[in-house]
Design a protein around this ligand. Structure first.
Ligand code: ADP
Ligand code: MG
Length: 279
């Protein structure tokens, strides 16, 4: 559906992404992980068609660079990490903007309005429909913008740290909504910093560091203690239950001894019951 090969991107003359390759298939939620500065946002912006790149991005057999803005907006919705909302539009009118690639600025059909209502309900912002977005809390604004992206009803949704700043219930509400979209054969790429949320709600994870993909696969296969030390610079307690893995970061991995066990140096070790293993 979306396939990138040999993707390299430079910004302000600095090479940022190096030879990235990935593909997204209908029906999957793919988590994009990596420390700050790894290149996650740059990758998502590139896949959304917002940055010049070398290499190829193929969208259903078409070259992304050759597709018109409007046609691309019917294929790919992008929820950026920055959530600047400048105008005091109502929540409903912001979500209605998601229909622009389909309707332009013309009147919305009954179907469009139903899509808008569904998206607001999925993000639990229907009760806020008439409020000016500029008066909402940061987390509420984030949910409104996610609803707008969902209302675009694209086969592909790229969401950059969509759950950052949300309370735990709304983090899971959002991940559950993404899973429902995947159930409708859409493809989602979601960047996250919460390892537990990523492991439990994503089918597959891609880990980036320093502008490259350094690991890719099922959460249980790639989210090892060694990888947490080497890529994320942390030690963690890793447990699992019937819903998947649980990560509790316990300390900073020491530089130069990335492979050394250092959990015991954490002054406040977290202990989880059942089947846990320290890493
Ligand atoms: P992430 O989203 O994984 O935290 P980003 O993709 O935002 O990382 O950034 C990756 C790297 O690119 C960082 O080192 C950042 O400083 C750099 N970068 C981002 N935007 C620009 C820019 N406009 N010009 C130069 N460097 C940039
Ligand atoms: Mg980012």
């Amino acid at each position: 559906m979306l396939t990138a090969r040999n993707l390299s991107v430079s910004l302000s003359g600095r090479p940022i992404l190096h030879d990235v390759a990935l593909s997204l298939q209908p029906g999957e939620v793919v988590g994009l992980l990596g420390p700050n500065g790894a290149g996650k946002s740059t990758l998502m912006r590139t896949l959304s068609g917002l940055l010049p790149f070398s290499g190829t991005i193929d969208l259903d057999g078409q070259n992304l660079a050759a597709i018109s803005d409007r046609a691309r907006a019917r294929e790919i919705a992008f929820l950026p990490q920055a959530r600047a909302i400048a105008w005091p539009l109502s929540v409903e009118n912001v979500v209605r903007l998601g229909r622009t690639p389909w309707r332009g600025l013309g009147a919305l059909s009954q179907n469009d309005l139903a899509v808008v209502t569904d998206a607001m309900e999925a993000m639990d912002v229907a009760a806020l429909a008439d409020r000016p977005v500029t008066e909402l809390s940061g987390g509420e604004q984030a949910r409104v913008l996610a609803a707008r992206a969902m209302a675009q009803t694209t086969p592909i949704l790229l969401a950059d740290e969509p759950v950052s700043g949300l309370d735990p219930a709304h983090q899971m509400t959002m991940m559950a909504a993404f899973r429902r979209l995947a159930g409708e054969r859409r493809a989602l790429l979601v960047s996250l910093h919460d390892l537990t949320l990523a492991a439990r709600w994503c089918d597959r994870l891609i880990v980036m560091a320093e502008g490259r993909i350094v690991a890719e696969g099922k959460p249980a296969d790639i989210m090892t203690g060694e990888r947490l030390r080497e890529v994320f610079g942390i030690t963690a307690h890793i447990a699992h239950d019937e819903c998947g893995l649980i990560f509790a970061p316990t300390g900073l991995a020491k530089h130069g001894s990335a492979l050394k066990e250092s959990v015991e140096e954490d002054p406040h070790p977290v202990s989880l019951p059942t089947r846990g293993r320290e890493t």
